[in-house]
Write a protein of this length. Structure first.
Lengths: 324, 285, 330
């Protein structure tokens, strides 16, 4: 059943968070594919459900309160959501690895960084401690940290350096897919560029597919091959970088560009998207973006639009999408 | 405007506390105890020191629901009146400790620098004496009486509140609204009393609730070793001490007052636990 | 590490001076004349004056302080009024019993409390967790002396399984240790549980899971180790509480330790005994806190960093890598 070249395929995934008071609809029946060697960007505002998507793939959603209510996630044809925990562990950190948003808190404060990298290696490859340590040193060097710092603790590193350690840890077993959850958001702008550059070169070297979660369109344009725009738990538009940047089809995507400063802009002012994302505990019946959409009509608030493909591989979830 | 906000905050707290059944149970038991203590003379079937030689060590009966002690004094009546001393020790000692502690903590935290440094070093030394040891020693040296027991308990509990208040003030001190108050030239005293203390109180509420429990516990111990309430005034710790001598034949004389202490401390702890959860911003949703 | 310990030892000096001063103040805050109180109402003014002189009650407080320090350094805490024996000697002979009671109780509390806390945390929000925590709260809320009396009544009088008091056999230690430690088992369990629940929410636990580590390793290696750091602190403070608890348990179970001595001194207003015991017990407590701080620094690298230069650690880490230089070169 595996489509040629698809490394990961998400079908109809829905995630809810149940608390005493309310149910949060975090991810609402989304579908997504990641091709081999491809970098796909997941773009959207904070709270749009991007992290929940990534964590569902790895099976590390906090359950409870989270609950996957439907969908399947196929990795090389294997249904990850039905995989027994034991098998899933062999994939986590080994075939699919993750980089987290905040490097300040992502490392165990009382273990040396070397130990934490070597631990991943020993978990997945049956090698001796010495060999694991040697490979951990290599990984450190690869991300630009002197191997002499193997025995240092996380608090002895700066934020950018910590993120390099996290990246080294994620890449230690040479995964096929890397989930990078806003890997640079918590860093200074100058450090961001360095870390991204490093990730780019490592990706090319190791031929890893990457799912890059971000709210920074600039990063997407530089780094990604394809893009999925996430809004309120739905993918409202997906396509190649060219599709999205040159021929955006969804009013929300357009809005995102309107709220970006451009060098070649003739307009003086940025146009922020008015309003805010719908309350995830109480999502509107129709189109999720309807309340903020400049083109909204009656039908938009009545029923949700279906996804339509406006060009091969370029799909938009909007009534006004130009039909093919 | 400010009042309504405070009100809604309290309402919010109550709403969250209500969901915790154990905490509500603690609150109910505590309220009941306070009621019993206040209305003791009306509730007690006998006077606490009324002796009846015929009823010496009487077993439980309609006349004496929980039996009577050596002198034939009604155990239930003594337990009811005994609630007064215990609750007084708990509440007054904590009030003393909390007000001194809050004053020290708020001053140290707000001014920082050497004020802070000196107060903390003094507290370090103070706390290097085991609390219960200091408490018993103070009570013994001041002389055995309810009043001195309360003073001893209060003085010993100060450091906990002071440290907590200081830590809490440190987190509040640099918030914008304090800057704003400073910008309109409010005096230090005014800033501390009106802005810092109210905003830093949340963690102290839990500590105070639990502190009442531990003061009741420590107070019963003082009375047990004869350093608290003096006979014939009934107090649960004293009653345990009296019952101790006849433990073999009449164990209930020591059993019931102990249960009373445990129930009151337990309800303080349950309520404190519940308040902590209700005040924890991370558990809010 | 050596520097850290040295620094920490140095900080002990003001604390010990402070304790001495407070101990001296205990006499000063006595309402009325301590000398009169000690000798009773029938004492002649001459005898009172003589005692005031021995106690140095008429000297300025600073003079007395210096004098007192001089005595402490020589291990001279005066002579007990009641037993007429030197306080220091008596305390030394009694010390082992108290140390045994306190340290075994502490050990029991740790050995039972930590696993119980982990168990509750790993079964969070189930009846097992709720039940364990509710029972713990019961034990925390119980007066120790009362619980001790109940134990004696049940196991000693009713079942005749264990001796009522004394220290003749090892069995006679069981009840005192149970009575002293049960509340602290509960305290440690509650603390461990809440720390575990706190730590489990941390990002690095998600990282550990994302690395593909088994649940067991995530919990015991990554979560528990971090959760135990604050527990170490609690254990230190508990030593102080245990000393307080030992005062009473020793009296109830007839253990001839420092606690019993202190209580006897307090009820008999035997000032040298009071001063000596408060001093010794407090210094013991301070030493334990010092040890806890050192353990703390060993376990938590962040604390070590705060205490400044620590070259020894860097070197040790270096060894770890260079264990096998050829391997790395290869």
């Amino acid at each position: 059943m595996e489509e040629q070249g698809n490394l990961l395929e998400i079908r109809d995934l829905a995630v809810e968070y149940h608390t005493d008071e309310a149910t949060i609809y975090a991810v609402n029946h989304i579908g997504l594919t990641v091709k081999k060697g491809e970098t796909i960007g997941l773009v959207g505002e904070t709270g749009a459900g991007k992290t929940s998507i990534a964590r569902s793939i790895l099976g590390i959603l906090p359950m409870p309160p989270a609950k996957i209510v439907s969908g399947e996630i196929l990795y090389r044809g294997n249904e990850l959501l039905r995989l027994p925990e034991r098998e899933m562990r062999k994939i986590r950190g080994n075939k699919i690895a993750m980089i987290f948003q905040d490097p300040m808190t992502a490392l165990n404060p009382i273990e040396t960084v070397g130990f934490q990298i070597a631990e991943t290696i020993r978990q997945h490859d049956s090698v001796s401690q010495v060999e694991a340590n040697r490979r951990a040193c290599d990984m450190l060097e690869m991300v630009g940290i002197a191997m002499g710092r193997f025995g240092d603790f996380p608090h002895q590193f700066s934020g950018g350096m910590k993120q390099r350690v996290v990246i080294a840890m994620a890449l230690a077993c040479n995964p096929e897919l890397l989930l990078a959850d806003e890997p640079t958001t918590a860093l200074d702008v100058t450090i961001q560029a360095q870390v991204l550059e490093m990730m780019q070169s490592l990706r090319e070297r190791l031929e890893t597919s990457v799912m890059l979660i971000t709210h920074d369109l600039g990063v997407v344009s530089e780094f990604c091959d394809s893009v999925a725009v996430v809004y309120a738990g739905e993918i409202v538009e997906r396509g190649t970088v060219e599709d999205i940047f040159d021929r955006p089809g969804h009013p929300y995507t357009l809005g995102l560009f309107g709220s970006l400063p451009r060098l070649d802009a003739t307009e003086r002012r940025l146009k922020p998207i008015k309003g805010r994302m719908p309350d995830p505990t109480n999502v509107p019946e129709g189109c999720r973006f309807c309340d903020r959409c400049p083109r909204a009509e009656d039908r938009c608030s009545k029923s949700p639009p279906a996804e339509s493909e406006i060009a091969p591989g370029h799909a938009v979830k909007c009534f006004f999408a130009p039909q093919r | 405007m400010r009042k309504t906000r405070k009100k809604s905050k309290l309402k919010d707290l109550w709403r969250r506390l209500k969901r915790n059944k154990l905490a509500v149970a603690g609150l109910v038991v505590l309220a009941l105890l306070i009621f019993v203590a206040i209305a003791a003379p009306l509730l007690a079937p006998y006077g606490y020191s009324v002796q009846d030689s015929k009823a010496s060590y009487a077993a439980a009966s309609p006349e004496h629901p929980l039996g009577a002690d050596k002198l034939g004094r009604d155990l239930l009546s003594r337990l009811i009146v005994g609630a007064r001393a215990s609750l007084m020790m708990g509440s007054i000692a904590v009030s003393i400790a909390a007000s001194i502690g809050i004053a020290i903590g708020a001053t140290a935290g707000y001014f920082g620098g050497w004020t802070d440094n000196i107060s903390m070093r003094v507290l370090d030394i103070y706390q290097s004496i085991p609390m219960l040891l200091l408490c018993i020693t103070l009570a013994a040296i001041l002389g055995p009486s309810l009043q001195n027991a309360i003073i001893a308990l209060g003085v010993c509990s100060v450091p906990g509140y002071a440290r907590l208040m200081r830590a809490s003030v440190l987190t509040v001190r640099d918030k914008e609204f304090i800057e704003a108050a400073r910008a309109v030239n409010a005096g230090n005293a005014r800033i501390i009393l009106q802005h810092i203390v109210p905003n830093a109180m949340a963690p102290l509420i839990v500590e105070i609730t639990m502190g009442i429990g531990s003061c009741i516990l420590a107070g019963s111990l003082l009375s047990f070793v004869g350093l608290g309430v003096q006979p014939p005034t009934p107090e649960w710790g004293t009653m345990i001490a009296e019952g101790r001598n006849v433990m073999r034949e009449h164990p209930t004389l020591a059993l019931y007052p102990g249960i009373c202490v445990m129930l009151s401390v337990l309800s303080c702890n349950l309520l404190g636990d519940g308040l902590r959860d209700a005040l924890d911003p991370r558990l809010r949703n | 590490m050596g520097k850290f310990i040295a620094k920490r030892l140095f900080m002990l000096i003001p604390v010990v001076l402070g304790i001495s001063f407070i101990v001296l103040l205990l006499l000063a805050i006595t309402p009325g004349d301590p000398a009169k109180m000690m000798l009773g109402t029938q004492a002649t003014p001459e005898r009172i004056a003589a005692l005031r002189d021995t106690l140095g009650l008429d000297d300025p407080i600073l003079v007395r302080f210096v004098h007192f320090l001089g005595q402490i350094v020589q291990g001279d805490f005066g002579t007990s009024f009641m037993t007429k024996r030197p306080v220091f000697d008596e305390m030394i002979t009694r010390m082992p019993y108290t140390l045994l009671l306190v340290s075994v109780s502490l050990g029991v509390s740790v050995v039972l409390g930590i696993p119980l806390g982990v168990y509750a945390a790993t079964h969070h929000n189930t009846w097992k967790d709720n039940g364990a925590m509710f029972i713990s709260l019961f034990f925390v809320s119980m007066p120790v002396f009362w619980f001790a009396l109940l134990l004696v009544r049940f196991f000693g009088v009713e079942l005749r399984w264990l001796p009522l008091s004394g220290i003749d056999t090892w069995q006679s230690w069981i009840l005192p240790i149970v009575a002293t430690s049960l509340g602290f088992v509960a305290t440690i369990a509650r603390q461990t549980r809440s720390n575990m629940l706190e730590v489990v929410r941390q990002d690095y636990i998600v990282t550990a899971k994302a690395k593909g580590l088994p649940e067991r390793r995530v919990i015991y290696r990554h979560a528990l180790k971090n959760a135990l750091i604050p527990v170490i602190m609690v254990i230190g403070n508990m030593f102080g509480l245990l000393i307080g608890g030992a005062l009473i348990t020793e009296v109830i179970f007839g253990i001839p330790g420092l606690g019993q001595y202190t209580i006897a001194g307090l009820t008999g207003r035997d000032y040298p005994v009071i001063q000596g015991s408060v001093f010794i017990l407090s210094v013991m407590f301070s030493l334990v806190i010092l040890i806890v701080d050192v353990v703390f620094a060993i376990v938590d690298p962040r604390i070590r960093a705060q205490s400044g230069r620590n070259n020894s650690k860097k070197r040790k880490v270096g060894n770890q890598i260079e264990e096998d230089p050829q391997e790395i070169e290869a």
